[in-house]
Design a binder for this molecule. Structure first.
Ligand code: AMP
Length: 191
């Protein structure tokens, strides 16, 4: 199963991706996690991405597309994967379609976690307070506002992009964690 989890920052994509990954035995591919690892390892990609991520902007499309393309070629992706935080622009979605076609693969579903902005802000403030090892560099008020603006301007258009292709399933991301997981599973099993 090849799946995209779509939703704003703080919608619970990471939490749900881990649960869905366990349920279906397919890896979670989080571009945010991969980029944070690159920043920590001070690789050339990480050094370029560090400032962009800290202010809540998007890393250039070609950088994340290459990261995802390489990751999909790893053996653990042969039975499928969950994309968490990718694609984030229509250009990334189009690049994903092209690279999957090249690899003879098809996307099965796009699941949107729908959450209101007011709840997102509360959740991210809570995540910043509770995170072990200190908050993420971009879990602060300025970067969060920027990330939400970027989401609405650049990522939300993917909802109609995939809606037009009849691939989009929407789940209420404001319910409790267990319920969101079971809704995602039922959407995937009936897709
Ligand atoms: P996330 O962990 O998904 O919230 O991502 C954290 C940050 O990593 C984002 O605010 C962006 O700066 C960067 N990032 C993650 N995924 C992407 C992507 N698909 N395209 C561009 N930038 C990304």
């Amino acid at each position: 199963m090849r799946l995209i989890l779509l939703g704003p920052p703080g919608a619970g994509k990471g939490t749900q991706a881990v649960r869905i990954s366990e349920r279906f035995g397919i890896p979670q591919l989080s571009t945010g996690d991969m980029l944070r690892a690159a920043v920590a390892a001070e690789t050339p990609v990480g050094l370029d991405a560090k400032g962009i991520m800290a202010r809540g902007d998007l890393v250039p499309d070609e950088v994340v597309v290459q990261i995802i393309s390489d990751r999909i070629d790893e053996p653990d992706c042969k039975n499928g994967f969950i994309l968490d935080g990718f694609p984030r622009t229509v250009a990334q979605a189009e690049a994903l379609e092209a690279l999957l076609e090249d690899k003879n693969m098809q996307l099965d579903s796009v699941v949107e976690l729908a959450v209101d902005d007011t709840i997102l802000i509360e959740r991210i403030e809570k995540r910043a307070k509770e995170s072990v090892g200190g908050p993420r560099e971009d879990d602060n008020a300025d970067a969060l506002k920027k990330r939400l603006d970027v989401y609405h301007a650049q990522t939300a258009p993917l909802i109609s992009h995939y809606g037009n292709k009849n691939m989009l399933r929407s789940v209420d991301g404001m319910a409790d964690i267990e319920r969101v997981t079971s809704e995602i599973i039922s959407v995937l099993e009936t897709a």
